[in-house]
Structures are given as C-alpha cells and as structure tokens.
Write a protein that binds this ligand. Structure first.
Ligand code: SF4
Ligand code: SF4
Length: 201
C-alpha cells in the first residue's frame, strides 16, 4: 500500500505490511488478518489507482507519530503500530487519549530492538492504554508493565514484553497450555521482582 504520509518526511516506501497483516471487514472489501491481500503483487498494490476507500485513508501509527524515525517503519522494525480509539478503551485509560496497539510481526527480535521497550514503558508511565498482539486477539498489557515502568526497570519491561509476546505467539500457533506455562510463570516472576525493587526504593 502506498499512501500519503501524515507527515511530509514520511512515506510507506517499500512497506506493505498492512496489506498482509490487517483484517479488513468493510462493505466493499474484506480480507483476513495475517494473509496477503489478493491484489498485492511484487510491485505493491495491483489496483492502486482504484484501491478501496479504507486503503486510501489508512495511516499506521508510524506514519502518524513524528517522533518515530525511519527505523520504526513497520517492514524494517517488525512492529506495526495501530491507534485504538479512546472511546473503546477501559475507562482508566481514556484520560490519556487514544490507545496504542503493537502488532509484532518481527518476532522476539522486534521486542529486543533498541528503543522498543523504552517507548512502550514511556506510554505505560503516561497512562496510555497499550495493547500487544501477534495477529491474535490483542491483550491490554498495562497492568503487567506498570511495576516495571514505576521502577524504571527497562530490562524487566523487555523481559515481560517477551513473555507476553510468546504467549500471544503460542496462542496464534495453537500451541497447548503446557507451552504457555513457562511464559505465565515468567510474567509472575517479573511482577514479583518489580514489586521488590519498588519496595526497596
Ligand atoms: S504499515 Fe504503515 S508504512 Fe507500511 S504500508 Fe501500511 S501504512 Fe504504509
Ligand atoms: S487493495 Fe491494495 S492497498 Fe488495499 S490491502 Fe489490497 S494491496 Fe493493499
């Protein structure tokens, strides 16, 4: 998808991640999430001049956020950012405005990338509703990350995000509960660590 950029310095370039990863369900156009659009070819959108309204109007979070540099472009970072409408958030997160969803397409390497944990932790500190997904139903992650954000524990936040991502990926790959148990245990350990760190301040 080649779209106008929200900011003049940004454009989709070679990226077409949203044409593959996103589910679309409008009257004129439907597609499943996680599969390439039938109109997507090697050169990008095959019906570019007549593409659907939703395709013309869509802007991902990277295009909408001036402080995210070129290295955050979704196809380069493995992270597709989407805005979540303020009105659809739990009441506790509405005062901070729209929520932010991180769709991880680049695996654990995308979470370990410099700047990712910092950006997510900063959003959590500011009370923004933060969701994580791996082309699965998304999960609100603020409660898991709040202790690390309060303790300014960046490595702990990245470990927690990795556990949450592994849970999402296991659910996507339909792996059993047994495969999820270590990650659930890891989340529990991270939460306890952060609580101890907070108490010792
Ligand atoms: S994910 Fe963002 S940058 Fe990539 S094609 Fe879609 S709108 Fe453009
Ligand atoms: S119609 Fe074109 S712009 Fe829209 S999702 Fe398909 S390939 Fe992307």
């Amino acid at each position: 998808m080649k779209r106008r950029a929200a900011f003049p310095s940004k454009s989709c370039g070679e990226c077409n991640l949203c044409c593959t990863e996103l589910k679309v369900d409008t009257a004129e156009f439907k597609k499943d999430g996680g599969v390439p659009c039938q109109h997507l070819g090697a050169q990008g959108c095959g019906i570019y001049l007549t593409r659907f309204k939703i395709c013309r109007e869509f802007l991902c979070g990277w295009l909408l956020t001036p402080e995210l540099g070129e290295d955050w472009r979704p196809d380069l970072s493995g992270v597709l950012i989407l805005q979540i409408a303020q009105a659809s958030l739990p009441a506790a997160y509405q005062p901070a405005g729209n929520g932010v969803q991180f769709l991880i397409t680049g695996g654990e390497a995308a979470i370990a990338r410099p700047g990712f944990g910092e950006y997510v932790t900063d959003l959590v500190s500011r009370g923004v509703g933060v969701y994580l997904t791996a082309t699965t139903p998304h999960a609100l992650v603020n409660e898991h990350l709040q202790p690390m954000a309060a303790a300014r524990d960046l490595p702990g936040a990245v470990r927690t995000l990795t556990h949450l991502y592994r849970l999402a990926a296991a659910a996507r790959d339909k792996k059993g509960l047994l495969r999820m148990l270590p990650h659930l245990y890891g989340l529990h350990v991270e939460k306890k660590r952060a609580q101890i760190k907070n108490r010792s301040k």
